[in-house]
Design a protein around this ligand. Sequence first.
Ligand SMILES: [Zn+2]
Length: 244
Amino acid sequence: MNIGFEKIAPTPGYPAGTTAAALIGLTWESRANVAIAFRGGLKLALRTVQLGRCCFCRRHLYDDYATHLEHFVDKATFPRFAYEIRNLALSCGTCNIRKNAYFSTWDRRYRFMTRNFVGPVLIRCPVLSVALNSCDAFPAIPANFSWVNPHFHNYSQHILVARGWVFEGQSPEGRRTIRSLKLNEVGQIERRALAERLEARGGALSMLVGAISVLDQHRANDVKDAIIKVIRRRREAAKASGGN
Ligand SMILES: [Zn+2]
């Protein structure tokens, strides 16, 4: 299935009016003009390079408000990477929520496991295969990451997406990303959305045209099931209104 883009390349530059030096020390939530310009400008640039698709599940990004600037290495653990362009990618709301949930569970476990350590605890993050010291530079080679990184890995070497939004891991990084973000639940969301879109179409012919147009993404059986559901619902609705 068409996954849109392999990786974020070329890496976008700093948006107009912003520089790395001007952003040093600012929190991600900063209302400084340079921070606002950076977030807005980078979001637009990434939308172009990512061909309007989520960096994790590769579904289309629709509403701008439901599109998140995602810190691959989390900014809570590594605030100094908050404005690092190679640490930022656009994700859909579903992947963003799942990644945050995974990170908070992981963080609680890590804190519990290291609660009795004496001396400095290494700074770790679930997407990194290496521990970092507080002054280390941003890790910038594929082997430094334990999940599929949209800037450094070619997606299809690690994850294959079959029709019906079935994700198949091709490497440990791919399998870890699929498992942690529960990517194989995306198919269920997409099937529900498909049924809603078909339902919204008026006549049978319009519904058929809609069904044909999604055959590159959905399995034929899933499309057939969605059509049958819509037809049944319409019949029941007609019966109910006839009985009144
Ligand atoms: Zn996604």
